[in-house]
Design a protein. Structure first.
Length: 345
């Protein structure tokens, strides 16, 4: 079964009911549902959390006033094509805009897609020259699109070129491939990710424990066995994972797969994704409950990417406040189970 790429194919698979607004939704962003993800969808459940992530919805045509076409301000921080340089010590390098699946909530939804251009050889050379010329760049984050959509030989070449830049200490790859298209984690790919001078880290995007089927688990195990340190990135999404049980199961599943939960991303103000948005208060409340339930190993940091290109910040919840008894002059610290305790400043 090939990847589903059209509304017709999704209708044929009984994943959606016809709606005139769907054509508009499909126009705004490419469709791709891999066979692995299709297998996970429970067609009897109209609110299936896997389908919700990949199957277009008429709600995508509702654009809210606060939504932005460049929600985290990448453009303002892009000195050369393919590079985003927001923090002094690290850059994003986006060699291509293609993904194995298209996540309807994607913060780059207006950029990704099969029509989205890959960097030409000359543009890639210019992006690498930018990194080479700046000794303050310690970490290069390969993202896109999904860098694992590059042929393994091209990826290997790119990693080798970055590894040869002496001031680059870390090469980080951000990918959804091990989850949504695990058959791409081949020996050839593992060879491309072999240990080198620069430390290679791998961040895998996963939003629901059910995404970690046997093939995805095996792909992650192959990466971990090859010595690649794995971390997890999750987007907090209404109707997908915005409840404690789902997040708890996901974080435990990730840790079981030797993936350290890194970030829980607050959903960005992406155009047409209001139906995925969760309030900050709700996100904080969920994190608070998780703190009392999960091992520290399984705790992600809840972060917001500040619109306008200002970067990511942890957004709580907070555990420290002023003691309402002003005379004590102390802090009041809340423990993970809701108890409150005075603590000296
Ligand atoms: C998210 C992001 C990074 C990585 O941030 P970390 O907090 O180090 O994971 C780097 N550069 C840009 C432009 C980013 O958006
Ligand atoms: S795989 Fe990543 S970049 Fe691609 S559509 Fe999904 S969230 Fe966006």
């Amino acid at each position: 079964m090939p990847t589903l790429r059209t509304l017709k194919a999704l209708e044929r698979e009984k994943l959606m009911t016809p709606d005139p607004r769907l054509a508009e939704a499909a126009e705004a962003m490419a469709i791709a549902v891999t066979p692995e993800m299709l297998d996970l969808i429970d067609r009897a459940d109209p609110a299936d959390p896997i389908a919700r992530q990949f199957v277009p919805s008429a709600a995508e045509t509702e654009i809210l006033i606060e939504e932005l076409s460049d929600p985290i301000g990448d453009e303002a921080r892009s000195p050369v094509k393919g590079i985003v340089h927001r923090y002094p010590d690290r850059v994003l390098l986006k060699p291509l805009h293609v993904c194995p699946v298209y996540c309807r909530f994607c913060f780059r939804r207006e950029k990704v897609g099969p029509g989205g251009e890959a960097l030409s050889a000359a543009e890639l050379a210019a992006a690498i020259a930018y990194i080479k010329a700046r000794p303050e760049i310690w970490e290069v984050i390969l993202t896109g699109g999904d860098p694992l959509m590059l042929a393994p030989r091209r990826l290997e070449k790119l990693i080798a070129v970055l590894d040869a830049i002496e001031h680059v200490g870390v090469i980080r790859i951000h990918s959804r491939v091990p989850i949504v298209d695990p058959s791409r984690v081949t020996d050839e790919l593992l060879a491309a990710l072999k240990p080198r001078r620069a430390a290679l880290w791998f961040a895998v995007h996963c939003n629901h424990a059910r995404e970690l089927g046997p093939a995805a688990r095996a792909a992650l195990a192959r990466l971990a066995d090859a010595g690649v340190p794995l971390m997890g990135q999750t987007v907090l999404l209404a109707g997908v994972n915005d409840d404690v049980e789902t997040l708890e199961a996901l974080m435990r599943a990730l840790v079981s797969c030797r993936v350290k939960p890194y970030y829980l991303h607050h959903p960005d103000l992406v155009r047409g994704t209001g139906h995925f948005r969760v309030s900050v208060e709700r996100g904080q409340a969920l994190m608070k409950v998780l703190r009392g339930r999960l091992s520290g190993l399984a705790q992600p940091t809840y972060v917001l990417d500040v619109p306008g290109g200002h970067g990511k910040v942890p957004i709580g919840p907070g555990y420290l406040g002023d003691d309402p008894d002003a005379l004590s002059g102390q802090l009041l610290v809340e423990d993970a189970f809701g108890g409150r305790h005075r603590y000296p400043r």
